[in-house]
Design a protein around this ligand. Sequence first.
Ligand SMILES: C[S@@+](CC[C@H](N)C(=O)[O-])C[C@H]1O[C@@H](n2cnc3c(N)ncnc32)[C@H](O)[C@@H]1O
Length: 267
Amino acid sequence: MVNTEWQLSGNMAERYEEHLVPVIFTPWANDLIARVDFAPGDRLLDLACGTGIVARLATRSGVMATGGDINPGMLAVAKERSAGLNATFQLADALDLPFEDESFDAIICQQGLQFFPDKPAAVSECLRVLKPGGRAVFCTARGLEENPLMQAQVAAFSRYFGEEATQAIRAVCGFPDAEKVQALFDNAGFGQVAVETVVLDLEAEDGSDFVNGLMMATPVAERIAAMNQAERTALHDDMLKEFGACYDGTALHFPHSANVVSASRAL
Ligand SMILES: C[S@@+](CC[C@H](N)C(=O)[O-])C[C@H]1O[C@@H](n2cnc3c(N)ncnc32)[C@H](O)[C@@H]1O
């Protein structure tokens, strides 16, 4: 169903949490958390935490989670959604982390690394705040050609709004090279660095509804809201069509491909 009223309810962070987190970021968070062998009481940093899905799910393993992000709107949703959980959230720039040396047993950074303007500085900061023996798990999207979700948005947005409107989506896939990811962690002084290409098969039971939510949670949401009904429906249908065989007329099943880095700080 297309949202015919097209009121942009909530702010961008709330729409991200409502429309994108269940389908995209929750399955990935579960995958990344399973890669860290947590002991109860471990201190976890969820770096670039957004609305905090990694931190929230990790508390199920008995960890004390701290989420850090530069976006106050994301942090507000993270705090609201984590009531009663052993998770706190605070402003934190990855390039200059506001934490003491050797504060954390583990760091997970889900789809944040590609946005850091100085990646070596951010990865060095992570090493600094990890305890000796601490583990880091990062994931960052691979190229557009491997990610129908981002490809569909780039194709549709460039058609309706021009190439400039695709920049934010292209940035999601802006650090796709596994060798560069490996070198980044090796050069920072991490040990046991392994980069794996992981493809999760994501599912939206109602593909049309998901695309509608996607439109509301994208950086061009305001421009979409300003379209008339016929234009919006055309954009929605176009984007759904861009998923090709991933859409079976009801559900969307699409591969989502990322480089997952596991690394540790030497004892
Ligand atoms: C795609 S979201 C991922 C959010 C979250 N990790 C998740 O899985 O839902 C990217 C996040 O990176 C954050 N971010 C970008 N640059 C950052 C920086 N320099 N330091 C900390 N967070 C940053 C953004 O504010 C945003 O919340």
